[in-house]
Design a binder for this molecule. Structure first.
Ligand code: NAP
Length: 350
């Protein structure tokens, strides 16, 4: 049996081809794709990093079509969404895709396929950055402890990663949140809790001006900040955060660390890598599946938090044309058109 799948070549140029429908291995599920969404790296992989073309999609919402051996908790016909392991075969830009069951969740009745498809990759990035890298207390512990009440700076708050970082930070009761955004300021404001001292700072303009505005926001909130989530990590963002954090601070980046000069050199920085949740154990880890626990826990949390409305998907635009629309979505991403927006594609009808 064959299906249509998209391959992203340098440019990006998207080619749709006919390929065999894959079969799930032990621990995997085969999902019929209803919606897939694009991520920034989908247009960077071949175009900027020069890596071989492949099916780039990693975000899917769809219907379980086949179950691999050893999978529990999923049945054929279930509405699910999940995070495909980046760089491996059978991505989500196709009529059928393969997910590891531990990186999938049931879509609650009140949540649409399209909304669910906006969450997996960038939501996981926010969770890894906050919970694993910055060691923020997870929402279920924070609730029982009365919350953390620590300030956090979230740079690039209008990005999908930034939006999920805000939502997770709020659920851990981190306040004030100093959110750095530009065109998306009104959306970001709607995500914050001004009563708790959260504020938005505009990133547009001179670096010195941004630094001054963040310092002013911290001063007005009568606080200092020790942690920052840099959901941009390009241009001046790491330097700006280095200038405003405490010297004991810690920055989670989403791209590799830039050369540090001045104050930034003294501040701890860690590159957040969302596919960590798929990786095999390193020698330092205690249990072979420790990273999979994080994925399983995160997606179990997403299922319940979306069901009760505590967590929402990212705003989206449906690009028409199904798999053929991916070319347009990736061009928009490359041109920087996305402002608090994820590009999604309806691959088949539910
Ligand atoms: N390491 C990982 O595992 C991982 C995983 C996911 C993503 N990433 C990386 O994380 C970054 C964000 O990805 P995403 O999918 O969340 O992006 P996205 O949603 O497409 O980001 C678009 C947003 O970025 C904001 N932005 C652009 N330049 C900015 C700047 N200089 N300062 C502040 N905000 C800026 C824009 O804000 P305004 O609209 O407010 O102007 C826009 O809303 C990308 O570089 C991506 O490759 C890494």
């Amino acid at each position: 049996m064959s299906m249509s799948a998209a391959t992203v070549l340098a440019g990006p140029v998207v080619e749709v081809q006919s390929v065999p429908i894959p079969a799930p291995l032990r621990g995997q599920i085969l999902v019929r794709t209803i919606f897939a969404s694009s991520n920034q790296k989908d247009c960077k992989r071949s175009t900027i990093y020069g890596q071989p073309p492949c099916n780039q999609g990693d975000d899917v919402a769809g219907i379980v079509h086949q179950i691999g051996a050893g999978v529990v908790g999923f049945s054929v016909g279930d509405r699910v969404a999940g995070f495909h392991n980046p760089g491996t075969e059978h991505g989500t830009d196709a009529e059928y895709t393969i997910l590891w069951a531990y990186a999938a969740f049931h879509i609650p009745e009140n949540v649409s396929f399209v909304e669910a498809s906006t969450v997996p990759l960038t939501g996981t990035t926010a969770a890894v950055g906050l919970w694993r890298v910055l060691c923020v207390t997870e929402p279920w512990h924070a609730a029982s402890q009365g919350g953390e009440r620590n300030a956090i700076i979230i740079y690039g708050a209008g990005s999908a990663v930034g939006n999920f970082a805000i939502q997770l930070a709020r659920l851990s009761n981190l306040h004030p949140i100093i959110a750095v955004a530009g065109k998306s300021i009104s959306f970001v404001e709607s995500q914050l809790d001004a009563q708790q001292g959260d504020r938005v700072v505009d990133y547009r303009g001179e670096e010195s001006g941004i630094i001054e505005r963040i310092r002013q926001a911290l001063k007005e909130a009568n606080t200092t900040a020790n942690i920052a989530f840099d959901a941009i990590s390009e241009g001046a963002s790491q330097n700006i955060l280095g200038a405003v954090l405490e010297k004991t601070g810690h920055i989670a980046t989403v791209l590799p660390l830039q050369q540090a000069t001045g104050r930034l050199a003294d501040i701890k920085r860690t590159f957040t890598i969302s596919p960590l949740v798929f990786t095999s154990p390193s020698e330092t880890e205690l249990n072979p599946s420790v990273n999979h626990w994080l994925a399983k826990t995160f997606f179990g949390f997403v299922e319940l938090a979306m069901a009760d409305g505590s967590l929402k998907g990212h705003p989206y635009e449906i690009i028409p044309g199904g798999l053929d629309g991916i070319q347009t979505g990736l061009e928009k991403l490359k041109n920087g058109n996305a402002s608090a927006l994820k590009y999604v594609y309806e691959i088949s009808k539910a």
